[in-house]
Design a protein around this ligand. Structure first.
Ligand code: ADP
Ligand code: MG
Length: 477
């Protein structure tokens, strides 16, 4: 039997026996290498990975293997650590480890002879620099306890938790958390840092926003303190960089961050990154850096569903010692589905309103307030309103949208407005045309088709349209 064929059968059994998430995390990254005399050799990405498999799955793997190959089957690991130097060259080295063929093989037996072949990394030491007490810049109010779990954040949250409990010692290095605004990236990043400090106060944790990092670096160039900057960052044990999308187009910053990243990673220091988009969608970032962003685990935060939104509101109310009728909480959670920040904002306005008026918060009041909160009292979406929001979004005037101008960005804003007018109002094509400087119905049809085509083909455009739709809807509750 070929190793590939065996591996496919092997995976099938494993998949039936563990959760899809564990399967994805721990088995998909494995590569089968060869099969010789009942010994299957597999490649795993790190020492930690190997230990994890041995600790959690050894008996399942053993049984599965014996089922296919008969008694005496053995598993051998190749641990491939990508040990790239600061110059970007890849120097992988291999550790061959054989598991004993006893089913009882457990974590305690892991310390068996290890044959190391190839180059071992050569961590460089900075002379004359000692660890200083670096204030971590963490905000203690962001913790795991108050980061509510939902389908929207389960993977990111539990990966974050794993990292916090074993910084630098999991396969999740770097841990990249990405997602849209107000979905909890910053909160989660702080929570990880806070948790690490809670467990061990000997570790140096440093949180920094990417734009601050950029400014510090620019200053260090001006002041000729470049190497201090580099050394400082290379001293930390856990580095959290928030909003790394700001590194785009900043080539020199990327270069220095690349060096810091490599140094920390080689020394098993934990790196945590957040970004408003996945590494796949990052533009104007050097490929070498991007590939490193993908080394560990990337996981996204999504929009919370209704239940999670309710839970977040209730948690916050409990924390602030307030209570609201269920129907009010549900109303708010139901109507604000853009992001958590806005959800919290609505709650705060509601409370402010009620204390100002010294009135209990009722559903009626919530409905009224939400209308003010979003500054639009009509439930119906009007075409004028769409035109206003779209032109604001693109920074052009409503006059332009109605005009005959054929400038590209104006034409596009006009077409998007027409598209929304068709989608979100009951107006006829003719009627819509009339709102746009008296154009005829075929122009409106053409606009809708163009927008639909662009949504299918242009990701950026699609995101714009989605964002606009959200804005139009949220403002017309
Ligand atoms: P981002 O960095 O993604 O823009 P933040 O981390 O600043 O978002 O989160 C915005 C607000 O929403 C913060 O006040 C945060 O505490 C809150 N928040 C986000 N997600 C959750 C969650 N799952 N549970 C509780 N609060 C949350
Ligand atoms: Mg943030």
């Amino acid at each position: 039997m070929m190793h590939q064929e065996l591996w496919t059968k092997f995976l099938k059994v494993i998949r039936d026996n563990i959760s899809p998430q564990s399967y994805k995390t721990w088995f998909e990254p494995i590569k089968p290498l060869r099969l010789e005399d009942k010994v299957l050799t597999i490649q795993v990405p790190s020492q930690f990975f190997y230990e994890w498999l041995e600790e959690h799955y050894v008996s399942l793997m053993k049984k599965t293997l014996e089922k296919e190959l008969g008694p005496g089957a053995k598993l051998e690991y190749n641990i491939i650590v990508d040990n790239s130097g600061a110059k970007g060259g890849k120097v992988p080295y291999t550790i061959n480890v054989s598991t004993s063929n006893s089913v009882k093989n457990n974590h305690n037996e892991v310390s068996m002879p290890i044959n190391v072949s190839g180059n071992i990394r050569n961590p460089f030491i900075i002379p004359g620099l000692k660890k200083v007490n670096v204030p971590s810049q963490l905000n203690p109010k962001y913790t795991f306890e108050n980061f509510l779990e939902g389908d929207c954040n389960r993977l990111a949250r539990s990966a974050g938790y794993a990292v916090a409990n074993k910084p630098g010692g999991t396969a999740f290095n770097p841990l990249m958390i990405y997602g849209g605004v107000g979905l909890g990236k910053t909160h989660l990043a702080h929570a990880i840092g806070n948790r690490i400090k809670e467990i061990s106060n000997t570790k140096t944790v440093l949180y920094v926003q990417a734009d601050k990092f950029i400014n510090q670096f620019v200053d260090s160039c001006k002041n000729g303190t470049n190497s201090d900057f580099l050394n400082f960052y290379q001293l930390v044990d856990i580095l959290v960089v928030d909003d790394v999308q700001f590194f785009a187009k900043k080539e020199r910053t990327q270069e220095i961050f690349f060096q810091i990243f490599n140094h920390l990673h080689q020394n098993n220091k934990q790196i945590i990154l957040t970004s408003d988009r996945s590494p796949r969608d990052m533009k104007d970032v050097d490929d070498r850096l991007l590939s490193r962003f993908k080394w560990g685990l990337s996981c996204d935060l999504q929009l919370p569903d209704l239940e999670t939104r309710i839970a977040i509101l209730e948690h916050k109310m409990y924390h602030d010692g307030i209570s609201l009728p269920n129907e009010v909480v549900e109303y708010v959670a139901h109507n604000i589905d853009s992001n958590v920040r806005e959800l919290e904002g609505a709650l705060v306005s509601l409370l402010a309103q009620s204390s100002l008026n010294r009135k209990e918060i009722t559903l009626e009041m919530a409905k009224k307030m939400m209308k003010n909160f979003i500054q639009n009292s009509s439930r119906e979406i009007s075409i004028e309103y769409i035109q206003k929001l779209v032109s604001d979004y693109y920074g052009i005037s409503v006059e332009n949208i109605k005009s005959k101008t054929r400038k590209r960005e104006i034409t596009q804003a006009r077409q998007i407005s027409m598209y929304f007018a068709k989608q979100l109002t009951k107006a006829s094509l003719k009627n819509i045309g009339a709102y746009f400087g008296g154009r005829d119905h075929s122009t409106v049809i053409h606009a809708c088709q163009t927008v639909n085509d662009l949504i299918d083909t242009d990701k950026r455009f699609k995101e714009d349209v989605e964002e606009l739709e959200k804005r139009i809807k949220i403002n017309t509750l």
